[in-house]
Design a protein around this ligand. Sequence first.
Ligand code: SF4
Ligand code: SF4
Length: 66
Amino acid sequence: MSRLIVKKKCTGCGQCLPSCRKGAIQFVSEFPGGYGKKTAKVLYQKCTLCGVCVEVCPHHAIVLVR
Ligand code: SF4
Ligand code: SF4
C-alpha cells in the first residue's frame, strides 16, 4: 500500500503544515517532553495521498513510497 514517509532531512520548517487540508501533518519532537528537533509526521489515517505536501516541501523531505 502506498504511503508517505518523511525523511531525516526534514528541517521542521513547517511549510507543509498549512498545505494539508486534511490535517494529516503533525509535528513531533525528537525526544519525549518536547525536546530536540521537531519534524513533520504524516498521520496515515487522515492522509489521502493527494501529494500537495510533497510538492510544497522545499527540502524534498516527503516522499511517496509504493
Ligand atoms: S517535511 Fe519539508 S516542508 Fe515539512 S517541515 Fe519538513 S522540511 Fe519543512
Ligand atoms: S498527501 Fe495530501 S493529505 Fe497526505 S499529508 Fe500530504 S497534503 Fe496531507
